[in-house]
Design a protein around this ligand. Structure first.
Ligand code: B4P
Length: 190
């Protein structure tokens, strides 16, 4: 299963991907986690990304593509993958298509987790208190939601127009949302 997980910041992509990876037995590739690992390790890329991420802006497409090519060159992605946090704009969607075509493995499903902004703001405020992530400050969350509307919503529209999108209600308990996703992709059984 090659799954692309889409949705606004805080819609639960990372939360559900962590469960889906065990269910589907494929790696979870989170561009946010890859970037945070670079920041934590203090690499040149991480130093560049740190302030951009804290503001809630998108890190450059070139950096993201390089990271992704590197990750997809690893053997474990042959079995499939759950891609979380990418693509976030139309240029990234085109780059992903080209990358997967090169690997001879187009994605099977693009699932959008749909959650209203009020709930998102509430969730990220909760995470800001629990984990203190710099980009969960109210100012940064507002900015991330604006970027999502301007840059990522067109990706969703593009996949919808091409009949590649499945929309799943992302509001409810973790178990409820998980059950909806596996049903939507026809993988209730592992
Ligand atoms: P991400 O790491 O992708 O962060 P996110 O959008 O906040 O995460 P997600 O939707 O996965 O939310 P989560 O499950 O954690 O990106 C962070 C930054 O990295 C970006 O702003 C950008 O700077 C950079 N970046 C990443 N990818 C990039 C790209 N492709 N191009 C350029 N830049 C990129 O859930 C959030 C909270 O909700 C958690 O606290 C969770 O416990 C809670 N929650 C989840 N499901 C819930 C439910 N059903 N009910 C109640 N709470 C729930």
């Amino acid at each position: 299963m090659r799954l692309v997980l889409l949705g606004a910041p805080g819609s639960g992509k990372g939360t559900q991907a962590a469960r889906l990876k065990d269910h589907l037995q494929v790696p979870h590739i989170s561009t946010g986690d890859l970037l945070r690992a670079e920041v934590a390790a203090g690499t040149p890329l991480g130093l560049e990304a740190k302030a951009i991420m804290a503001r809630g802006d998108l890190v450059s497409d070139a950096i993201l593509l390089g990271m992704l090519e590197d990750r997809f060159s690893r053997e474990d992605t042959r079995a499939g993958f759950i891609l979380d946090g990418y693509p976030r704009n139309l240029a990234q969607a085109a780059a992903l298509d080209a990358l997967l075509e090169k690997l001879g493995a187009p994605f099977d499903a693009a699932v959008q987790l749909e959650v209203d902004n009020e709930q998102i703001i509430e969730r990220l405020a909760g995470r800001a208190q629990a984990e203190g992530r710099a980009d969960d400050s109210p100012e940064s969350v507002r900015h991330r939601l604006n970027i999502y509307d301007q840059q990522t919503a067109p990706v969703i529209a593009f996949y919808r127009d091409h009949g590649q999108l499945t929309v799943v209600d992302g509001v409810g308990s973790l178990d409820e949302v998980f059950a909806r996703i596996v049903k939507a992709i026809g993988r209730e059984q592992p």
